[in-house]
Design a protein around this ligand. Sequence first.
Ligand SMILES: [Zn+2]
Length: 361
Amino acid sequence: MGVRRLSEVGRGCRAAAPRRFTPSWRAPRCGAALCCQEINSGRAGARPSSSPALGLTLLLALALLLTAGSAWSKRIYSYQDEQGVAHFSDRPPSDATGEVSEQLIKVDPKKLVFLREDGPDNDKRYSLWNGYGGPIEVLMRFEDSANVISEPVLPGTRVIPPQQHSLILQVQPLDLQRSWSYRWSYQYVPGDPAARPDPNAEYVLPFNPSLPLRVDQGFGGEYSHSDAHSFHAVDIAMDEGTPVRAARAGVVMAVENDFYGAGTNLAKFGDRANHIRILHSDGTMAVYAHLALESVIVGIGDRVRAGEQIARSGNTGFSSGPHLHFVIQRNSGGTLVSVPFAFTVDGQRIQPTQGKMLGGQ
Ligand SMILES: [Zn+2]
C-alpha cells in the first residue's frame, strides 16, 4: 500500500522588464509546483486473489511507490552548554552560552493524504485521510478487474471534507466461487468541483499597498502563464523578505515552507517552491508562491483575514529572481484551472496587466 506524491507540474514564469526604480534588477522567472497543477496521485492495487474457500493462496500486493526525488529541508541549530554537552534543536536556543552553528538538513516531504485498507479480501474497503485544510476530490478507476463489483462504480469520484478520514471505495467479488482480481488507482485534486467563483469577490493587494511593485507577468504571459492552471496568474516583482499578505479571507489549505534554493533548472527546482494555498468562501483557492524559507506564519486550518500577513516573499523553486507568483484556482472536474480576478485598491478594480505598477499610494 502506498501513496505517491507526483512531482507537481510546473512551468516557469517570467517578467518582461526591470522595475523602473531598480535599473540593474534582473527580470525574474518563476515556475513551480505551486505555480501550477498540484495534482497529486497515488496508486494502489490488489493483486489476484481467490476465494479462500477454494483453498488457494491469497495474494495481496499494493504497489508502494516511493516519493519522488526532491527533498525538503529543515534548519538545525547546534551549540554546547556550559558543561560542554552538545545540543541540537530546530529552534534557535535561548540559553546558549557559546557559539551557535546553523545548518540546513534535508527532511522527508510532508504528506497530507494517506490511504488505508480494511476488511477481508472478499470485502475490501479503502479509505483516505485528507490532511488538507479544505476539501479534496478523489478520482478513482480500475486499471484492470475481473469478477468484482465496487461501490462506487468505477471510474468514480468522492469529495472528502478537510481533516477527515472517509471511505472512498469498497470492492467485493461478484461470484465468490470464482477467482477475482483487480488493480485500481486514484489521484486527488484540491478543492470541491461544485465550487463556483463569486464574480463580486474582492482581492486586496497581497503586500503593503504603500509599496510600488510591478506586475512582471500577467494573465496569459507568454513565458509560462499559458497552461489552464496558471493562465490567470500574476508575477509581482518584490525583494526577498517583503511581507506577503492574504489578498482575500479564507482558510489555509496547505503550506510548503521548507524548501530552499532556486534556479532555472526545471527538473531540479520545478517542485521546490514554498507556497501557501488558501481556500475562499466560494470554494476558489489562492496560491502564493516562491515564499522565503521558513517564513510562513500560518498553518493548515488557520483562518486568515484579507490584508493579514501570512509569509515573506522569497525566491524558492524554479525562479531566477525574487517575486511573488499569485493565482486563483478552482477544481474544474478533476483538474485545477485558474480564475481571472482583479485587485481592488481604494474601491477601484485594477487589472493586473504586465508592466502595471501596483501600490505606491
Ligand atoms: Zn508565475
